[in-house]
Design a protein around this ligand. Sequence first.
Ligand code: ADP
Ligand code: MG
Length: 316
Amino acid sequence: MTTAVIDRTQILCEGLVRIYKRKGVEVVALQGLDLHVGSGELVAIVGASGSGKSTLLNILSGLDSPSAGRALVAGHDLLAMRRAERRQYRLRTCGFVWQRSTDNLVPYLSAVENVDLPQRLAGRGRVERRERSEGLLEQLHIEDTADRRPSQMSGGQQQRLAIAVAMANEPQVLFCDEPTGELDTAESHEVYGALQRMNETNGTTVVVVTHDPTVTAEVRRTVAIRDGRTASETLRRTPGVDGEHIVAEEFAVLDRAGRLQLPADFVSALGLRQRVRLELADDHIQIWPEEAQPLAVPDVAPAGRHRGGLAGVEEA
Ligand code: ADP
Ligand code: MG
């Protein structure tokens, strides 16, 4: 029943809930999160610390199970996966770059040995392994560090090596948790460039989570997560022929029940509270503060009257 969806949608989360219980206290880390990522997309998920980003990646990587909801990745139903399937999923279907850099690399192995290791676990032959490792180090511009240990590499080089390790078994999906968290701006830019190359050259679907809002400038699609839910999206496109102009458009995320979260700055600009007036126009919906008159059509309303029309939610 879901095959047609999976063909185009490589990652599908619907109503994901994750509740942690510790010493009798419940923390709702994800509260009905929806996410669709198409095959071959590069998506950044951005949100404040504690918004549920790592929780989401732990679920998508098969390390943790949600309390409720649906999660499908590359045809695997993450809630129904048995042990053997989970192992194959983690070894071959997905690659991961974890938030703590020490989790990504084996300190006493050289760069090339680090990339070799997951391929050995997957049972690849020696010649194929070497070819793949050298190719990846080259693709990530760290071929000169092949014989160095991680501690002899810069932070940016270590993160690119972590990407090479994650890509070793040609995963369909690459998940990265704060891959630039400990890097300066130039190094971060290099890491995003590396992720873009993995995405474009190998067709790998890439999902990056970060608290850094400037990631919007590095990827085409950014999904904002707030309080364990996807709240809005920014799509960046390069219009015209000059290729220099970058336009970013903001979208709100509509869940299956029709719920929508308005951007906080829109809400405060109009002092929206508790109830708002809604009106359906031909091709969009308008929203006013409760006390405002909804009948005024913005372009014929007296000056100052239709301020509320600014909050009209344009259809995506
Ligand atoms: P982010 O990665 O966006 O910073 P997390 O997914 O790590 O957010 O955490 C989301 C919320 O869940 C936070 O309130 C955090 O304290 C809580 N949380 C995360 N992991 C656990 C855990 N193992 N036990 C209890 N609470 C947790
Ligand atoms: Mg985190």
